[in-house]
Design a protein around this ligand. Structure first.
Ligand SMILES: Cc1ncc(COP(=O)(O)O)c(C=O)c1O
Length: 474
């Protein structure tokens, strides 16, 4: 029994059909609805008893072609929700090549570690981190944060003469605007969520440095052990960038690990407009960021960078006999990803990142970032000019939070409904968040396909739907 096709000619034709359908989807990405809920028909195709007998490949092709309209919608120029990159058609090539090789990139001596090391080297250079910085291409910033904070935790324990398993009351500090993945990492690493201090932010939603210093002092006085400061470059709610140099100074004087969550914001090192706000990245001990967001690499691809390679390796490198390296042969190779992260079996994710950066170059990727930053300012000006709308937060980067101000209905409920209507009607996909107890329509711009006219459509329909819903007797 083999799973290879009986007829390769027929398989080739079927695969070409799938490729064509995927290319057509991307070619027409600017057309039609942004998001389409999955139809009952599609659901009925997905659900079945466990398939005992197989289905012909040509039939599978046509089923999967039918799935293509039912994604998140982030390939469309009016997708503004959460923080999703739009991807690039050229990602198809790398994904096809990756599938053709079916590589397990956990270690050994082949093309994947060489490509992954190059991506890590490029990334460190782009972010201004020193030569010799180590890292991994991971699923995303959530995983990158877990890896980085494990290295930070183990380094702190070593400095105290403790083993990784020993209990110590380590305390970390981050801003109130931090992403939930930081708390999750504290939980998963056994650090305890209550040992993550969320420091209040200033009016620009950046960590208040004086409050941070006071918190560290108090914890030391209480006999606790501060070990890490976690800054954010591009906070998820409204894009705030913490004062990274200010944080680096405090980390240095307090002898603490300095980690930055730069999930999307770190990509702005490629921009002209806000690059200067990110020069503190060169001082981090570790950085987590994503390729699948503002870099526009197809899902999924993130990165963790660690300045001290030996600390990184010390946290993960413990291989049993069956994974021993050899000087020569397939068990050779200088870099085994399993020595730097928790996964042994892992895909060749690094190829699509390497190919994307190589094909487009950082100049073009930086232009996309600058254009989105400029568009966020344009949207801000449109909101300020519309009497029905209210801006709810500063716009330091690529995110605009605003709301419709009703005359009759409850404001939060109405704005939540406006966002849902925009999605259901297929017009646009913003998400929502809460800014100082006010529900905001949140517009994130990490999309190379977005044009100014897409933002005009968003404003036009928020006002239109808001007015339609806001009736005295509604
Ligand atoms: C600031 C920030 N940090 C972390 C994350 C989590 O990243 P990922 O979804 O790649 O795990 C996000 C996701 O949007 C984010 O915006």
């Amino acid at each position: 029994m083999t799973l290879d096709p009986n007829n390769w000619k027929q398989f080739r034709a079927t695969a070409h059909k799938m490729l064509d359908a995927s290319i057509n989807k991307l070619k027409n990405a600017k057309e039609g609805r942004v998001w389409t809920p999955l139809s009952e028909h599609q659901k009925s195709i997905i659900h079945s008893d466990v398939p005992v007998e197989g289905t012909p490949t040509s039939e599978m092709q046509s089923i999967m072609e039918g799935f293509l309209p039912y994604g998140v919608g982030n390939t469309h120029p009016r997708f503004f929700g959460w923080v999703n990159g739009a991807g690039a058609p050229s990602g198809l090539l790398a994904d096809i090549a990756t599938c053709g090789m079916n590589i397990n990139a956990g270690g050994r001596n082949h093309i994947a570690p060489v490509v992954e090391c190059e991506v890590v080297r490029w990334s460190a250079e782009i972010m201004g981190m020193p030569k010799g910085t180590s890292g991994l291409v991971v699923t995303g910033t959530s995983m990158a944060t877990i890896v980085a904070l494990k290295v930070a935790r183990d380094t702190a324990k070593r400095a105290l003469g403790k083993q990784p398993g020993d209990q110590v009351s380590l305390v970390g500090y981050t801003g109130a605007q931090t992403h939930s993945c930081v708390e999750r990492a504290f939980d998963l690493l056994g650090l305890g969520v209550r040992n993550l201090r969320k420091i209040p932010c200033n009016d620009d939603f950046e960590i208040d440095l004086d409050a941070l210093k006071t918190a560290i002092k108090k914890d030391r006085a209480d006999g606790l052990t501060p070990f890490v400061i976690i800054g954010t470059a591009g906070a998820v709610n409204m894009g705030a960038i913490d004062d990274l140099n200010g944080l680096a100074d405090i980390a240095e004087s307090e002898d603490l690990w300095f980690h930055v969550d730069g999930a999307f914001g770190a990509t702005a090192v490629l921009s002209k407009a806000v690059k200067h706000r990110l020069d503190g990245l060169s001082r981090v001990d570790s950085l987590a960021f994503d390729f699948h967001k503002w870099f526009q690499v197809n899902y999924d691809a993130g990165c963790v960078l660690i300045k001290d390679e030996s600390a990184h390796r010390a946290s993960f490198a413990a291989r049993p006999a069956y994974l021993r390296s050899s000087e020569r042969g397939l068990a050779g190779g200088a870099f085994w990803a399993v020595d730097y992260g928790p996964e042994l079996s892992r895909g060749f994710r690094a190829l699509k990142v390497w190919a994307h950066i190589k094909e487009h170059g950082i100049k073009a990727l930086g232009k996309v970032v600058d254009r989105n930053i400029e568009q966020a300012q344009y949207l801000k000006s449109q909101i300020e000019a519309a009497p029905e709308l209210e801006l709810l937060a500063p716009v330091p980067l690529n995110i605009c939070c605003f709301r419709y101000v009703p005359k009759h209905l409850e404001t939060n409920e109405l704005n939540s409904e406006i966002a849902i209507q925009l999605q259901l009607q297929g017009i646009a996909v913003p998400s929502t968040t809460t800014i100082k107890e006010k529900l905001a329509i949140r517009t994130n711009l990490t999309n190379h396909r977005t044009r100014k006219k897409d933002l005009d459509i968003l404003v036009e329909y928020v006002v239109k739907i808001g007015a339609e819903l806001d009736q005295p007797d509604a």
